[in-house]
Structure formats: C-alpha cells, structure tokens
Design a protein around this ligand. Structure first.
Ligand SMILES: CC(C)(COP(=O)(O)OP(=O)(O)OC[C@H]1O[C@@H](n2cnc3c(N)ncnc32)[C@H](O)[C@@H]1OP(=O)(O)O)[C@@H](O)C(=O)NCCC(=O)NCCS
Length: 193
C-alpha cells in the first residue's frame, strides 16, 4: 500500500507520456489520442486534473465546458488498474465538480457504457441520474448511458426532472437502472417544475 498522500493538481505538458501510458492501461476502446491529449492539456475551456502519489500519476479526469450553456461534460476519467478501489476516482470527481461549479456550471453530464458496472456504480454513488441512452455510441458499438447531476443547487429543478439545455427539452425519468438501461425516460412537452 502506498503511504504517500494522494494529491490532485492541474495537468501539465510534462504529463503527456504518463497519460498516454495510463490511457493504454485503462481503455481497450475509444482511447484519447496523443493529439487529443495535447489539445486538452493546453485548452482553457476544460478542467483537466491528475491524481498522483509522489510523482506517479495514478489517475486523471477531464471535464469540458461548452460555450453558452450551463453544462459541463465529463469527457474521460480513469484510475490506474494497480491503484483502483482506493477512492481515487471519487476524489477526482469531487475536485472536478468543484472546479465546474466555480466556473458557473450547473449540470455535469457524462456518458458511460451500459456494461461498465464500476463506472455506473461510481456515478450513482455520487448522485448522478440516468436520463437517456445513446445507441451504438462507442467504437465497439456498445450503448452509452447518459447521466447527469445538478452540481449547483440554486440552478436546479425538482428532483426527478432533467432539463436538456442543449435542446430545451424536459425529461421525466423513473430513476434507477434496469439491466444497464435507464428506466422510462419520457420527453415532456412543457417544463414540469
Ligand atoms: C471506473 C473507475 C474510474 C473507478 O476508479 P477507482 O479509483 O477504482 O474508483 P473509487 O475507488 O474512487 O471508487 C468509488 C466508488 O465507485 C464504485 N466502484 C468503483 N469500482 C467499482 C467496482 N469494480 N465495482 C463496483 N463498484 C465500483 C463504488 O461505488 C466506489 O465506492 P466504494 O469504494 O465506497 O464502494 C476505474 O475502474 C477505471 O479507471 N475504469 C476504466 C476506465 C473507465 O471505465 N472510466 C469511466 C469511463 S465513463
């Protein structure tokens, strides 16, 4: 067990090689490319943070901020397989949520493979709610569950309703996941709040 405390810090250019190694260890499909990492490391419209023990990077998360909306999107998160189950992803999520909140974002959204039990358990345990499905979203054709959390209480609506700010649509969701799929997602014609 590593005795050093876990630290969270913003990514830097020097992290590129370590991030590429980590990405290879963590994902068999839909890996972020070197070019993509380079782009997001220097981008300003994102929260890109790494977790490390000493100088060993053991996890990262990348949240993107879109212009003109209150949405933030978790683009990727990963923990080195040798360091899983120690709360690293949870710590990264909490830090990312705080940065997003400080940046004025109200909702944090993400996609996760319907087969990714660890990922779904992580997000559910942190209060993310399913609100839709993207069919054949990943390179291997797996479906993605769409999840969302209101991270800034003042901007949120009643529990059980989600606002799709991109389309101005309102959704009623039944909550929970059945066989990896969000239950009874229904589009409403008006704001239920
Ligand atoms: C998903 C992932 C990021 C979790 O990282 P981690 O650092 O091991 O997660 P944590 O230790 O912070 O776990 C936090 C919570 O997530 C859930 N969780 C994590 N791993 C789990 C597993 N294997 N099975 C079930 N629940 C799990 C639990 O609720 C856990 O809380 P608990 O420890 O109090 O029970 C990691 O497994 C990973 O990198 N997977 C490959 C990449 C990936 O799938 N990324 C997400 C793409 S959307």
């Amino acid at each position: 067990m590593n005795q050093l405390p876990l630290s969270i810090r913003p990514v830097s250019q020097e992290d590129l090689s370590a991030l590429l190694r980590l990405e290879n260890k963590c994902f068999t499909t839909d890996q972020l490319s070197r070019r993509s990492f380079r782009h997001w490391i220097q981008a300003e419209n994102c929260a890109f943070i790494v977790a490390e023990y000493g100088d060993v990077i053991v996890g990262y998360s990348l949240i993107i901020f879109f212009k003109g909306t209150t949405l933030a999107r978790l683009y990727s998160i990963a923990t080195d397989p040798d360091y899983r189950g120690r709360g690293i992803a949870r710590t990264l999520m909490e830090a990312g949520e705080q940065i997003s909140k400080d940046a004025g974002r109200v909702f944090l959204r993400l996609e996760v493979s319907v087969d990714n039990t660890a990922g779904i358990a992580l997000y559910e345990s942190m209060g993310y709610q399913p609100f839709g499905i993207y069919r054949h979203y990943y390179e291997n054709s797996d479906d993605a569950l769409r999840m969302q959390k209101c991270i800034r209480a003042a901007g949120c609506r009643k529990p059980g309703h989600s606002l799709d700010t991109a389309n101005n649509d309102f959704y009623l969701w039944a909550g929970g996941i059945d066989d990896g799929h969000a239950r009874a997602v229904k589009k409403l014609s008006t704001d239920p709040a």
